[in-house]
Design a binder for this molecule. Structure first.
Ligand code: SF4
Ligand code: SF4
Length: 168
């Protein structure tokens, strides 16, 4: 199984395949969603053994992270700030959610997370390909396709397994 890890190549291919990916999303909507989840979870397990997030960290550079109140309390404590000061200084509202506003993330140090043990839940679970509901999250997956090698490779393998007719 060939795994693409080159981030600039992935970004270029994502632009070329954008229309195809929207076609694939429509194609998935007509399929058995539980069956798709079973395939996605099997592919996820294969792919994560082949991709080392500690050499990538692209999600930490390109996406903002949602934080809960509990997580704000933890991060504020690490910064010697009150939760209110922390929120004013480092957070913003996005579609009703509180997010860390810096991009790349303020806790990214090279390709490592400087608060790894205390990283928010969203960081632990991204890109969500181990979770149920892949088809209902397929719009997000198209967005993450250009950012995350796990999603890119998984979507390509899924297209192949489902015999989706690619144009690119
Ligand atoms: S908190 Fe850590 S894991 Fe989460 S986005 Fe920032 S650097 Fe990445
Ligand atoms: S989750 Fe995806 S984008 Fe984030 S570090 Fe791992 S492979 Fe890279």
């Amino acid at each position: 199984m060939y795994i693409e890890r080159n981030l600039s190549k992935i970004k270029k291919l994502a632009a070329i395949r954008e229309d195809d990916n929207y076609r694939f999303r429509a194609f998935l909507k007509g399929k058995d969603r539980e069956k798709i989840d079973r395939i996605v979870h099997r592919l996820h397990k294969k792919i994560i053994t082949q991709i080392d997030c500690s050499t990538c960290a692209n999600c930490c550079s390109c996406l903002t992270t949602e934080v809960s109140e509990t997580e704000i309390n933890v991060l504020a404590h690490l910064e010697n700030m009150s939760p209110e000061e922390f929120q004013d200084a480092y957070c913003e509202m996005q579609l009703g959610d509180i997010c860390l506003e810096d991009m790349p993330c303020r806790y990214l140090n090279g390709k490592s997370c400087s608060i790894y043990e205390n990283r928010p839940e969203q960081c632990k679970t991204f890109p969500y390909t181990h979770k149920p509901g892949f088809v209902s999250r397929s719009l997000g997956m198209i967005r993450y396709y250009e950012i995350c090698p796990i999603v890119f490779n998984l979507m390509e393998m899924l297209k192949e397994e489902l015999e989706f007719r690619r144009r690119f």
